[in-house]
Design a protein around this ligand. Structure first.
Ligand code: PSV
Ligand code: MN
Length: 388
């Protein structure tokens, strides 16, 4: 059986990154619901990320989306983050929300639009230099809506050209994570639709390019843990955008829709050595809290990742390997199910207490009065978000 102290040490060491955009108002194309206490700028989003870290102890970085989080002085923003007790994590360039990107960004048939998108990507590497961010998280909305609209192959060449230019600009210690998504906003073809396409581009580029797995970006029924195991085994898994989904890219709280899938993914991570910091796997959240309050939803999401990780760490690997060697199908499956069916909440409570945070972070947050404080303070100005 795994050593309890080793399990606890691994849980203490796991870092989960929060996304700045999850603190802003969000919704669907039907309605963006305005909530109270929403941050008005990147500084206030960082304040909220620091609050999540204060109650969980395991979210020391926050990812930014540029230009949603654009500021005049990124060293000042970094200083602010540091003062709040967090650091700036991945930089996510947004090359999908301007009219010029109607036919795509780096894959656009118009070279002038491609140049503009490339400049935005390179500007984000400048921001990484200032903030000390290590990861450039790339997601392209590029694709087509109708058969014949553009050349699928030529779009791939345009993509390769842009990725190469950005890759060559990366400094030492900086990486490029290439995210994929099978559809939306493009409905016929997407230029980076799946992990295979991302993997091929990352292989062409080199060691600093890795695949980013957003758990909500697969066709229903996809065996996500298979591709996670494959990429990890090949040294090409850069990290996760965790969230959960019932139908498409729902961006719900990770572990809410299918905690068993999250356990299966984390089990492959544990079995493949992916919790070892040397693998550099980034555990990031990418969620939108449309109807629920943001900060407690993020705290809950972090706890869900921790619960799946704790269960995965409890898998009796020796017993599993022995059953696998013996061809004991039922025995091997039982080892996994035993771990999944363990109530890890008391163990995590102990880990939290040892880290100096409350064993029940959600209850502690509600007792803290934080929401009432931000509700009273954040009056006036424009709430961050998708048009609320
Ligand atoms: C796209 O659906 C995505 O998953 C990308 O990571 C974006 O950067 C993020 O959502 C925010 O919209
Ligand atoms: Mn994502």
């Amino acid at each position: 059986m795994p050593e309890r102290s080793a399990v606890k040490a691994a849980l203490r060491a796991q870092h989960i990154e929060t996304p700045s955009w999850a603190f802003g108002n969000s919704g669907t194309r039907f309605k963006v619901f305005a909530q109270e206490g929403i941050p008005r700028d990147a500084y206030e989003k960082i304040d909220d990320a620091a609050t999540v870290h204060r109650f969980t102890g395991v979210t020391p970085t926050v990812a930014l989306h540029i230009p949603w989080d654009a500021v005049n002085d990124y060293s000042d923003l970094s200083r602010h983050a540091k003062e709040c007790g967090v650091g700036i994590g991945a930089i996510n360039p947004n090359v999908f929300q301007e009219d010029e990107y109607r036919l795509g960004s780096v894959c656009n048939p118009d070279p002038a639009v491609r140049d503009k998108a490339l400049r935005q990507l390179l500007d984000c590497v400048d921001i990484m230099d200032i903030t000390g961010s290590q990861d450039l998280s790339l997601w392209f909305a590029d694709g087509t809506n109708y058969p014949g609209q553009d050349s699928i192959a030529e779009r791939q060449d345009r993509l390769s050209e842009a990725l190469r230019a950005v890759y060559e600009r990366l400094g030492s210690g900086q990486r490029m994570l290439l995210e994929y998504k099978f559809f939306e906003p493009s409905f016929y073809s997407t230029d980076v639709p799946d992990w295979g396409t991302s993997y091929a581009h990352c292989m062409d580029l080199g060691n600093k390019a890795k695949v980013l797995v957003d758990t909500g970006h697969h066709a229903p029924g996809t065996n996500i843990e298979f591709l996670v195991a494959f990429l990890l085994h090949r040294g090409k898994l850069g990290g996760f955008h965790f969230n959960s989904r019932f139908y498409a890219d729902d961006d719900l709280m990770v572990g809410a829709a299918d905690p068993f899938q999250l356990f299966r993914i984390m089990t492959e991570i544990v079995l493949g050595g992916g919790l070892d910091a040397s693998t550099g796997i980034a555990f990031m959240l990418d969620q939108c809290h449309n109807i629920e309050p943001k900060v407690p939803a993020l705290i809950r999401s972090v706890m869900n990742v921790q619960e799946a990780t704790a269960k995965a760490l409890l898998v009796d690997v020796d017993a599993l390997r022995a059953a696998q060697r013996d061809g004991d199908v039922l025995g091997a499956n039982a080892v996994l199910m035993d771990a999944f069916n363990t109530d890890v909440r008391p163990l995590l409570g102990e880990v939290r207490a040892e880290m100096g945070v409350d064993p029940d972070p959600v209850a502690a947050y509600h007792r803290s009065g934080h929401f009432e404080t931000i509700r009273a303070a954040r009056v006036g100005g424009a709430a961050a978000g998708w048009g609320a």
